[in-house]
Design a protein. Structure first.
Length: 389
């Protein structure tokens, strides 16, 4: 098994930086507050238009033509439409399965958010809040969502697998990402008591979720567990015979390497990819098939300024005022890093690029120079990404 895919980020789970226009007229930084700041009619119209236009049948044909064989689709905990004021999106996922099966693509369903968040990131649904694992009723609700997803899609030919939970955070990454300061909560009272999850909790949640999912999903489909940003901590986990086709997902971004002190040069990035990422993946591949479920070419060097670990104008980091890196130099940087990272993922069982598309205007809106590398379509169009990933 070797999978080559791309994430359909910002389609069913919103991220403000990827589509700022959706948040116009509000101060909302995340999906939680958007419907609380717009009228019901305006919110519903915006969301329905966004979902109908952002990803269509044509995108599946393009993804296939780019040489990919799978898509990872982030979905929210309210996918079934049972958590007001949010609007469910199971009909969109139904359509995606029909498109995928028509054009020979596979789908990894990724449960991307949890009520009161599993990480405190904006992409966890509510910035600066991380309390889900402390709320037994919400933990139970999340398990019910996984069970319903498995029941609905478990035997679909287009299903590659189900990812139990995206990026649950533990203490080390909580500190590295400086969550409390980087993701300021809109309501400090709601954020009170936020803290990282424990490894003990995440492991027990994964075991329970596996049993719930497998009831409805045949053994040949994959159950995917995220490494909680601790890639090598899972060697003794799920060793029993009952656990079939469990895949370990690690997310590896160069901006995190920068946050950990990696110098912003091609040589340093390359040394980090070869010396840390490739070796760690090769080591863990002995225990699980390892995929890199999120990564991209983005780095501060090609932006022409220090992005402080991938922070943008939305975080108060200004970005480069003008292009300082020539198109030729950008292509050299990105092509070199694409090759190195793809070689690293080959030590494992595949990858999903983040993300398929981006709706930030990197030309007219100040501060976004270099951010087009998050857009897989542009990376292939500009020749930054090799044709046969």
């Amino acid at each position: 098994m070797y999978v080559k895919g791309v994430n359909l980020g910002n389609w069913l789970v919103l991220e403000k930086w990827m589509s700022p226009a959706l948040f116009e007229g509000t101060t909302a930084e995340d999906e939680y507050y958007l419907p609380r700041q717009l009228s019901k009619e305006v919110y519903e119209a915006r969301i329905k238009i966004h979902r109908a236009e952002y990803i269509t049948e044509r995108d599946f044909t393009r993804i296939k033509s780019m040489g990919m064989d799978a898509v990872r689709i982030p979905v929210p905990y309210f996918i079934f439409g049972d958590r007001e004021p949010f609007i469910g999106c199971v009909e969109e996922l139904d359509k995606a399965f029909c498109w995928a099966e028509k054009y020979g693509l596979q789908i990894l369903i990724d449960l991307h958010t949890a009520p009161d968040s599993q990480n405190g990131f904006d992409n966890g649904g509510i910035s600066g809040v991380c309390k889900w694992s402390q709320e037994p009723d919400e933990v139970g609700f999340e398990l019910s969502v996984l069970e319903r997803l498995a029941k609905r899609y478990g035997t679909r030919p287009g299903l590659w697998g189900i990812e139990i939970l995206n990026e649950p955070i533990l203490e080390d990454m909580w500190t590295t990402m400086d969550v409390a300061n980087r993701y300021k909560p809109a309501d400090p009272e709601k954020a009170r008591g936020s803290r990282p999850n424990t490894m003990e909790f995440i492991r027990s949640f994964y075991l329970e979720a596996y049993d719930r999912i497998r009831k409805y999903m045949p053994d040949e489909k994959y159950v995917v567990i995220h490494d909680a940003f601790e890639l090598k901590a899972w060697k003794e986990f799920m060793r029993e015979d009952k656990y079939k086709n469990v895949v370990l997902d690690t997310h590896q971004y160069l901006m995190v390497a920068e946050a950990l002190g990696c110098e912003q040069t091609v040589e340093s990035y390359t040394a980090y990819i070869r010396g840390t990422l490739a070796k760690d993946i090769e080591e863990m591949q002995q225990y699980f098939p390892v995929i890199c479920g999120e990564w991209c070419l983005f780095n501060s060097l090609a932006c022409g300024c220090d992005t402080k670990g991938g922070q943008s104008v939305l975080n108060g980091v200004e970005g480069a005022p003008a292009e300082v890196v020539s198109p030729e130099e950008k292509k050299r940087i990105y092509s070199a890093l694409a090759k190195e990272q793809l070689d690293a993922w080959k030590k494992g069982s595949g990858y999903f690029y983040w993300s398929y598309k981006l709706l930030v205007d990197t030309v007219n809106d100040a501060g976004w120079i270099g951010w087009d590398s998050w857009d897989f379509g542009r990376c292939t169009d500009f020749g930054w990404f090799p044709k046969e990933g």
